[in-house]
Design a protein around this ligand. Sequence first.
Ligand code: PSU
Ligand code: MN
Length: 304
Amino acid sequence: MIDITTNLEVQQAIQDKKPIVALESTIISHGLPFPENHKTAIALEEEVRKQGAVPATIAIINGCIKVGLETEDLEILADPKSQVEKISRRDLPNIIQTRGHGATTVAATMIIAAKSNIQIFATGGIGGVHRGAQTSFDISADLQELVKTNVCVVCAGPKAILDLNLTMEYLETNGVPVLGYRTTELPAFWSRNSGIYGILPYQTASEIASFLNLKWGFPLAGGALVTNPVSDADEIPELQVRAWIEDALNETKTQKVTGKEITPFILDYIRLASEGRSVKTNISLVKNNAKLAAQIAIELKKCT
Ligand code: PSU
Ligand code: MN
């Protein structure tokens, strides 16, 4: 059996049966630049507490799986000088074996959250089916995890760099419900709009909690995706990001970026192209998701 270390705050929350929200760490180590990454990690935890739930940021430190981090852990993850690997499902045993530091993706965070009986998890944007996946086979392990692991992921939609239609088809085929928080249109990470409909509009955290209770009580195994559009004030309209995304995708081909490096490369490229605006939007949307996730976790506790 693999040990999972919880910090005092999470231990206490488990004992007191308080609502807990999982937070991932790839966004800290590979998704945002320093020092905004460090500030955001702290702000996300604060946002969850402010709503009345307990944050559990998940990562691997010196080969040890941690649910709820210490101050020093967050510093290690945020420091660009530390060696922190991006860890998805396939990478978990090796990072434990080699006693390295690992930042967990949506997929790996879901696995560890589920093992810790945490059902609600907030991130920025999930991975999905990449454009050109017909030939590249690049489909994020996040999608398969949503199929099999009983965790509700609150995000601002799949990242706009993806093929959003194919991502939705994949989720539909595999029976993953996609809910829209106060929207009928799938949000696209930096943008509120995607032109894609067919998601389930839900108006309140309490209705989302009842939905989850029903799904898992049935029981229908697997995750659920709650998509929460970024605020009007902080969004970058779809038309504006489009050109940056295309340039970034072309650049991955020129520079032959492959595998797990692709998403961090594109995020960084768009940060530079947008002169930092994409980072401001990313921070805003992930905070917004942490808030909604906390509200859902609180409502879900009332159902059980
Ligand atoms: N959300 C963000 N920034 C990120 C991510 C999510 O706002 O960097 C991370 C998540 O950890 C997600 C990963 O699992 O990007 C997707 O990586 P890939 O496409 O290589 O599966
Ligand atoms: Mn990939």
